[in-house]
Design a protein around this ligand. Structure first.
Ligand code: 13P
Ligand code: SF4
Length: 366
């Protein structure tokens, strides 16, 4: 159950917030580790013991055996992954449980099971390998573990595809259509060999459909890749027009985007990769170089501040912020830490053990 921030924390000034966060961290010493995703606000990520993209943070969580508490400054699916990969004694906390992810919410487990049954029924002789982007619920990861599949992140999607691709095999990729298509095309799956599975629009009240009807929509010849049509509301907002505009406005500018962007955007960029890749590429680029970056705005602003010798702009001139990531702010972090100092755990993420065991299989295979 979500425990809500007491209102008095919202009245604190920046100086007091920062001072008390430092004090609480000092009091907890090695009992707490704070992990922060690169899309977190500066005011929060400043207090992270480690920062990273989804892959790096899951590796850090798996390695972390000392701390009693992991405070995850990120979103719900990341904290779930940390809970799955840490020991039963360690507790993972998400300072605001409302920090979800709209993309992860687009793959509902009952609907995915239904899709699986339809595909299995249509292509009985094919092996189907489910791969889920880690930006998915623990239930979806467990589904992949149970069915012999695995997870991937934006850093290793290509390597994961290359491991499983083969004759008489269908990859069912969840939940991000764009990462799936970009990776499949990179691995030389042809556009005609990719099928887009339309998920139900739950907010329109769509009901379970007739399996026969869904099966008829599938091509006679088995596709090599079936994509779930989920997407990231942040990366979906980058467009080809923005790339063209940036190239006209800043001649010679390099465009670098995240693979959660649509294929036309990725295909017309100069470089693409995970947040960690974007950071490394831009940081190592020569002084005087210019970059238009297609990813979350907190990270783009931070890169601009940390690289004053380069011209760095966001590809989308209107703000493209991940609202879920931005739910975590200093008052939440302070309240979480001060409760830990008093021996109270708020907003713990605890994945039920049977789901965690199957999800762990998928994560470990990755
Ligand atoms: P990475 O951290 O894998 O780059 O993914 C970006 C993202 O959207 C995280 O929610
Ligand atoms: Fe989800 Fe996109 Fe936000 Fe990442 S950036 S947490 S995928 S909505």
């Amino acid at each position: 159950m979500r425990q809500v921030l007491p209102p008095e924390y919202l009245d604190l000034g920046t100086e007091e917030l920062e001072h008390r966060i430092q004090q609480a961290k000092a009091a907890l010493r090695k009992r707490v580790v704070i992990l922060g995703h690169h899309y977190q606000k500066d005011e929060v990520i400043r207090f992270a013991d480690y920062r990273g993209d989804s892959l790096k943070l899951s590796q850090l969580a798996a390695r972390e055996r000392e701390a009693e508490y992991i405070v995850f400054c990120g979103v719900h699916f990341m904290a779930e992954t940390a809970d799955i990969l840490t020991t039963a004694e360690q507790k993972v906390l998400l300072p605001d449980l409302a920090a979800g992810c709209s993309m992860a919410d687009m793959a509902d487990i009952d609907e995915v099971e239904e899709c699986w049954d339809v595909i299995k029924g249509k292509y009985p002789d094919q092996e189907i390998i489910p791969i889920t982007y880690v930006n998915s619920t623990a239930e979806i990861k467990a589904f992949c573990g149970r069915k012999g599949g695995m997870t991937c992140t934006s850093s290793n999607a290509r390597a994961v595809f290359e491991k499983v691709i083969g004759e008489d095999k269908i990859i069912l990729f969840l939940p991000d259509e764009h990462l799936g298509r970009n990776t499949g095309l990179e691995c030389e799956i042809e556009a005609e060999e990719i099928f887009l599975w339309e998920r139900r629009e739950q907010d329109r009240g769509d009901q379970f459909e007739d399996h026969e009807m869904r099966a008829q929509e599938l091509p006679v010849i088995a596709p090599r890749l079936i994509l779930w049509n989920g997407f990231c509301s942040v990366h979906q907002r980058f467009t080809l027009e923005q790339i063209n505009r940036a190239r006209t406005k800043y001649p010679g500018i390099k465009v670098i985007v995240h693979p959660e962007c649509e294929h036309t955007v990725v295909a017309n960029s100069d470089l693409h990769g995970s947040t960690e890749y974007i950071i490394e590429t831009v940081t190592r680029a020569p002084a005087g170089s210019s970059w238009a970056i297609g990813t979350e705005i907190n990270l783009v602003h931070r890169l601009a501040q940390e690289n004053p010798d380069k011209k760095i702009v966001c590809l989308n001139e209107t703000v493209c912020m991940c609202m879920s990531m931005n739910r975590i702010h200093q008052p939440h972090l302070l309240w979480t830490l001060e409760n830990l100092v008093q021996g109270k755990v708020v907003n713990q993420i605890s994945v039920p053990s049977e789901i965690a065991a199957e999800a762990k299989l998928a994560l470990e295979r990755m």
